[in-house]
Structure formats: structure tokens, C-alpha cells
Write a protein that binds this ligand. Structure first.
Ligand code: FPP
Ligand code: MG
Length: 322
């Protein structure tokens, strides 16, 4: 990671500056709430993708910084909404905006950032980018709704799960990479490869997120662990376990999912069941397949320091603890 950060050090400084200045508003409390989440140590993975893919395709201008900031704004807007939907109390090691200022404020500040993003893009007037990003945010909302519909449903299939994580998470990774290709006027084959790279990387990212929700150390993860089970979210480790669990184990899982009543003890028990049937290993191995997929896409590009950085990002995804 350090190597990647070094390579685009100047751009990352400009990105922070853009994040500070582009969300300007006369309403001071909005800025305070935005800063609370946006300055709280996010990894900036999505904006880094905009920067690296644009450079990979030979972009020489400065607009990639603005679009990188826009992608981080959209990501932040989705988190502000998602933390309300999920009733989340902690993110990035701090209290969430909904905990500190209430659900209404969190949703509305999300709306502000989301609108600001489209205002910034429309001012720049690149219709291809606006089309790609607006298409992606529609899919993103669909993903979050599909997830909501599947809450507490123990019959959720692996296929349905992958559809949800593609939509709610991977689509934003994919469009971040697409922006890089569009800015650099890359040919359609390269654009397609970068979209596919982002999609695979994003799916891997969410798989690891869902794995860490069971296995992470809370003080490192920056979020509470065990929340997926407690909220009735059926993720891959659990889907795998449900395929092999005996009747008694299945009944326990179904009961806890149905009334979202899992205590810490239930969490430990169910974590043990998942482990017994290799659910964590299965999820990790599946992640590796997606990481392989993303690396394959990069092979369509000539070797360069930017390609190396995008490759390195795939390794980082597999080993991340936060
Ligand atoms: C995090 O998932 C949530 C997302 C990646 C997507 C959230 C999308 C929306 C709320 C809808 C669209 C909103 C806009 C502004 C277009 P998670 O809950 O599994 O991850 P977490 O553990 O980090 O909360
Ligand atoms: Mg959430």
C-alpha cells in the first residue's frame, strides 16, 4: 500500500484538498457532519482507482482529481444512508453520524453529498461519465433494496448474494475504473477490461468485508463485528454453512435470523458452526478467485508502474484487516 500511496502522493494531496473545497456550503452544520465521516480515516480505495486507471490509460490532465473526489462523495453518501438502514453505531472507529446527530440528519447530509456530486459532474459536462455514474448509482440503490428484501431469509442463494454485492458494492468500484478510462479516452476494449477489473475487485472487497464481520478484531476493524448476523444479513459464510448444517444447527440459525435476536453467545455459537463446515475458508477461497479475475483483466495492459499499483491493490484486498 505504501508504494501505491507514494506513486500518486501528489494526486492524493490534491484529492484531500478537493474533498475539502468541493463540498462547500453556507450551512456550517452540514460541513461539520460531512467532515465527521469523510475525514475519519477512510481508505480512499475508490478515488485511488479513478487516479490509477486514468494514469494507466495515459491521462495527462487534472480532472481526474475532481472525479476522484466525486466518487468519494458518492461513496460517503451511501454510507450515511446505509448506517441508518443498518442502525450502525460505529464506523471507522468513531460514532456514526446517525448516532451523533440522528437518522434524519444522516439521510439528509447523504442527499446533500449525492446532489453535490451530480452538480459537480454536470458542471464539467462529460455526458459519458454522467451516464456511467448515474447508471451505477441506480444499480447501487437497487442492490441495497434487494439486500433489504432478503433480510432474515435463510433460503437466500449464493447467486442472489452475488447479485446483491455486485450491485451494492462492486458497481461503484467498476464505475470508478470506467471514469479513468473515459477521461483518458481509452478504447472500448480497455474500458471494458477496467470495468471488469473494478467489478472483480469490488466483489472481493465485499466478500472480505463479510468475512471480517465474523472474524475481525473489533479494535482493528473500526466497525462492530457480528452485526450482519444480528441484523439478519445472510452473507456467504452463513449461506455455505446452511448448506451443510444439521437440523438443530439450522433451526438455531433460522431462529436468530428471523427475529434478529442473536446475542454475543449466539454469535460465537453460529461462528463455530460456520467454521465447522468451512464457511470462512470457502469465502476466502472464493475471494481469491475474484482477485485472480481482477488480475487477469490487468494483463490486457502493457506493464507500467500504474499497472503494478493496480495489481498491488488486489493483494491488499486479500490481506486487509480493516
Ligand atoms: C455498505 O454495505 C453499503 C453499501 C456499499 C451501499 C449502500 C447504498 C445505499 C444506502 C443506497 C444508495 C444511496 C445513494 C446515495 C445512491 P454493508 O452494510 O455491508 O457495509 P458496512 O459494514 O460497511 O456498513
Ligand atoms: Mg452497513
Amino acid at each position: 500500500m505504501e508504494k501505491i500511496l507514494k506513486l500518486i502522493e501528489k494526486d492524493l494531496k490534491k484529492l484531500e484538498h478537493a474533498i475539502d473545497s468541493l463540498d462547500s456550503t453556507d450551512v456550517k452544520i452540514i460541513k461539520k457532519m460531512v467532515n465527521h465521516i469523510i475525514k475519519s480515516g477512510g481508505k480512499r480505495v475508490r478515488p485511488i482507482l479513478v487516479i490509477l486507471t486514468s494514469k494507466l490509460c495515459g491521462f495527462k490532465g487534472q480532472k481526474h482529481i475532481k472525479y476522484a473526489a466525486v466518487i468519494e462523495f458518492i461513496h460517503t453518501a451511501t454510507l450515511l444512508h446505509d448506517d441508518v438502514v443498518d442502525n450502525a453505531e460505529v464506523r471507522r472507529g468513531s460514532s456514526t453520524v446517525n448516532t451523533l446527530w440522528g437518522n434524519e440528519a444522516s439521510v439528509l447530509v447523504g442527499d446533500f453529498l449525492y446532489s453535490k456530486s451530480f452538480e459537480l459532474m454536470s458542471k464539467d459536462g462529460n455526458s459519458k461519465i454522467i451516464e456511467a455514474v448515474s447508471g451505477a448509482t441506480t444499480i447501487l440503490s437497487e442492490g441495497e433494496i434487494l439486500e433489504l428484501l432478503k433480510t432474515s431469509d435463510p433460503s437466500t442463494t449464493e447467486e442472489e448474494y452475488f447479485d446483491i454485492i455486485y450491485k451494492k458494492t462492486a458497481i461503484l468500484f467498476s464505475v470508478a475504473c470506467e471514469i479513468g478510462a473515459i477521461l483518458a479516452k481509452a478504447d472500448s476494449k480497455k474500458k471494458q477490461l477496467l470495468k471488469e477489473y473494478g467489478k472483480n475487485l469490488g466483489i472481493a472487497f465485499q466478500l472480505v468485508d463479510d468475512l471480517l464481520d465474523y472474524t475481525a478484531q473489533e479494535n482493528k476493524f473500526g466497525k462492530q463485528i457480528g452485526t450482519d448476523l444480528k441484523e439478519g444479513k445472510v452473507t456467504l459464510p452463513l449461506i455455505h454453512a446452511l448448506r451443510y448444517a444439521n437440523e438443530e444447527e439450522k433451526t438455531l440459525i433460522k431462529e436468530k435470523l428471523a427475529d434478529k435476536s442473536a446475542t454475543n453467545d449466539d454469535f460465537e455459537k453460529i461462528k463455530g458452526i460456520i467454521d465447522k463446515y468451512g464457511g470462512f475458508e470457502y469465502t476466502y477461497n472464493t475471494t481469491k478467485r475474484y482477485i485472480e479475475g481482477s488480475r487477469k483483466c490487468l494483463e490486457g495492459f502493457r506493464p507500467s508502474k500504474y499497472r503494478d499499483a493496480l495489481m498491488a491493490l488486489t493483494d491488499m484486498m486479500l490481506t486487509r484487516k480493516v
